[in-house]
Write a protein that binds this ligand. Structure first.
Ligand SMILES: Nc1ncnc2c1ncn2[C@@H]1O[C@H](COP(=O)(O)OP(=O)(O)OP(=O)(O)O)[C@@H](O)[C@H]1O
Length: 282
């Protein structure tokens, strides 16, 4: 049974790639409810299925077993209720910033009966998003003329343009330098509180996961599964110095411990140590 207050309900979800000897069980028995307006972050060792889960939520991947619902409706493909932002900026290089932001909306209009009021409303929204993202002064620039941080702000503005119910973000700040990431974190928190969107955010950076999220979901590999879920005990008003607070560093340590424990790397290192000791013994 799906709970009506859940924006997303995932039940016993399994997903595999390939067949026969090449079959990989990417996700196994994923169960997760995400409430409307919640900010969930997904972390875990490489290959634990974070991107696969996000892409499945986006309707870009089919799943083998289980159920997945958004707003109580089964997810069977991409939809305007779920917008995605990827690590690579994925902007159209031949369109300006403004055109990139309005592009998806245009596609949407082609499908519906568009009125001039709709177009006006869309123009108002794109102008507002440009201002919010600090991009008004570059609205006629092309993506290649912008820094990585600016390009990613355009990608986020474009995703928000259609007022998605759910924003799915796959390591969106992974390619940015540390300082730009901090700026983006605060911008992301601000946008989230303003737009009240439900966000599912994949990252390798545990500090980023805690600073942004309300719950941090730790996934484990082989097969990809949910290992543990940590509640983030901080309110909506967050500032960079929160990262230095003892509760923050303690939570970070506990999450990192789980990731190390489940990644298998610890065991690999122990085996390597034993092997080296054995070789030195001979
Ligand atoms: N298109 C694909 N075809 C076959 N196997 C795939 C495909 N995409 C992912 N996999 C496999 O599925 C598993 C989960 O991969 P996924 O990329 O979802 O993990 P991830 O946690 O996002 O990894 P990373 O943190 O390294 O980005 C891995 O074993 C991966 O090799």
């Amino acid at each position: 049974m799906t709970n009506p207050v859940n924006k997303i309900s995932i039940r016993h979800l399994d997903k595999h790639y390939g067949a026969g000897a090449r079959r990989t069980q990417a996700l196994h028995n994923i169960n997760l409810d995400i409430a409307a307006g919640e900010f969930i972050t997904l972390v875990g060792a490489s290959g634990c299925g974070k991107s696969t889960l996000l892409r499945t939520l986006g309707g870009l991947e089919e799943y083998s077993i289980g159920s997945l619902a958004c707003n109580g409706r089964p997810v069977d493909g991409p939809g305007p209720d779920r917008a995605m932002v990827f690590q690579s900026y994925s902007l159209y290089p031949w369109l300006t910033v403004m055109e990139n932001i309005r592009f998806c909306r245009k596609l949407h209009f082609h499908r519906d009966n568009t009125t001039s009021a709709d177009v006006e409303q869309a123009s108002g929204r794109s102008d507002a998003l440009l201002a919010l993202m600090g991009l008004s002064h570059v609205k006629h620039a092309y993506p290649a003329e912008l820094s990585g941080g600016m390009q990613q702000r355009v990608a986020i503005a474009r995703a928000l343009m259609v007022r998605p119910d759910v924003l799915l973000m796959d390591e969106p700040f992974g390619a940015l330098d540390a300082q730009t990431r901090e700026v983006m974190h605060d911008l992301m928190r601000y946008l989230y509180l303003l737009e009240k969107t439900t966000v599912v955010f994949v990252t390798h950076d545990v500090e980023e996961a805690i600073y942004l999220g309300q719950r941090v979901v730790v996934m484990a590999p082989r097969p990809g599964r949910i290992d543990s879920v940590f509640d983030v005990p901080f309110g909506p008003d967050r500032h960079q110095d929160l990262k230095l607070a003892p509760e923050f560093t303690e939570l970070k340590r506990r999450i990192l411990d789980r990731i190390r424990e489940t990644s298998g790397m610890k065991t690999d290192l122990e085996q390597l140590k034993k092997l080296t000791e054995h070789q030195h013994g001979n």
